[in-house]
Design a protein around this ligand. Structure first.
Ligand code: 2P0
Length: 326
């Protein structure tokens, strides 16, 4: 039987991936670092069957066509090539437990689960690094979701991408650090992350400054994680997020992912800090805000975030596991 099921969690980047040097292979212009989260996951079954004449993709019981189908089928083709089975098509069934409203890209957990289930179903036995390298070619951030806890996607240097994959930095039991996903009433975004990073790389005069700042941020955050220094990790992550978003204001045409409530949440997090509650924010390619905090402050942080006008929900998450086969 050429069938396998895998479950993967989403992750939140503390050092952001923001730009590609190769769009086809998905090779980044900078290394990134994330925390895998337990709250949000995708479970995917891939069933390769001789009688199929094309791939099929069902997401949450809906048959998917169009661009989303093409992206999944294109990725399955990479798996077919690796396995040397060009004519073997699959039935793919995914269930997403990633609340899209919470502003988590389902592509991270989605492609990690698809790569794991697909490679196993077709009979490839990949180690974690090989799996991360494959997953990267579906969606960059997904390469980090192979691992639980903290993971670094090392950008690599080679044009063929053979050295561009994630590695584990600290397992989930190293440190209980939490993330609140703050859901806003208006979550519309006009520029996809793919288009946004491309426009920024090509046109923003601030982009070179962003790249120059990465090695130092990476070194600092890793030493903060090793020492379980929450202030240090939070400061580096928050500053890195602000730098990423600053590059979009310099793009041509300029854009931002922030809404008014995004800024209200950022301000509230700064107020919490001024009042002695250690909390830091980070924001991806959308208006939602994620807040890092420690378990001791969970109640206060949740209550404070819920009290902000324009916030409709707050979803709490712990550190999550890497890919699992079911
Ligand atoms: C990240 N983001 O590191 C960054 C921070 C958004 C901001 O990875 O084109 O969906 O599929 O490689 O991974 C979102 O981009 O992009 C992202 P592709 P992806 O999490």
């Amino acid at each position: 039987m050429m069938k396998a099921t895998a479950k993967a969690h989403t992750n939140i980047a503390l050092i952001k991936y923001w730009g590609k040097r190769d769009e086809e292979l998905i090779l980044p212009t900078n290394s990134s670092l994330s925390l895998t989260l337990d709250g949000f996951h995708t479970t995917t079954t891939v069933d390769f069957r001789e009688e199929l004449r094309e791939d099929r993709f069902t997401l949450d019981d809906t048959e998917i066509t169009g661009d989303a189908y093409q992206r999944v089928s294109g990725f399955l083709h990479r798996i077919r090539l690796l396995a040397g089975k060009r004519e073997l098509y699959a039935d793919v069934r995914s269930v997403n437990e990633v609340p899209t409203a919470a502003g988590f890209a389902s592509s991270a957990s989605g492609f990690a689960a698809l790569a794991a289930a697909g490679s196993r179903a077709i009979g490839l036995s990949l180690n974690d690094q090989e799996l991360s390298r494959l997953t990267r070619q579906g969606s960059g951030s997904a390469s980090r979701s192979i691992y639980g806890g903290f993971a670094e996607w090392q950008m690599g240097e080679k044009p063929d991408g053979s050295d561009s994959h994630a590695v584990p930095i600290a397992p989930i039991d190293h440190w209980d650090i939490r993330v609140a996903a703050v859901v806003l009433s208006s979550t519309q975004k006009d520029v996809s992350s793919r288009a946004g990073m491309k426009r920024t790389v090509e046109t923003s005069p601030f982009y070179s400054g962003w790249l120059d700042s990465i090695p130092r941020d990476m070194e600092e955050i890793k030493s903060g994680i090793a020492a379980k220094d929450f202030e240090k990790v939070g400061q580096v992550a928050e500053a890195n997020c602000l730098k990423m978003h600053a590059t979009t204001l310099g793009a041509h045409p300029p854009f931002t992912y922030w809404h008014d409530t995004t800024m209200a949440v950022m301000q509230k997090v700064r107020e919490m800090r001024a009042a002695g509650i250690p909390a830091y924010f980070t924001i991806d390619a959308g208006p939602n805000v994620k807040v890092l905090y420690l378990p001791e402050q969970e109640k206060q942080v949740e209550e404070t975030l819920r009290s902000i006008p324009g916030v409709t929900d707050v979803r709490l998450s712990k550190s999550g596991k890497g890919v699992q086969y079911l």
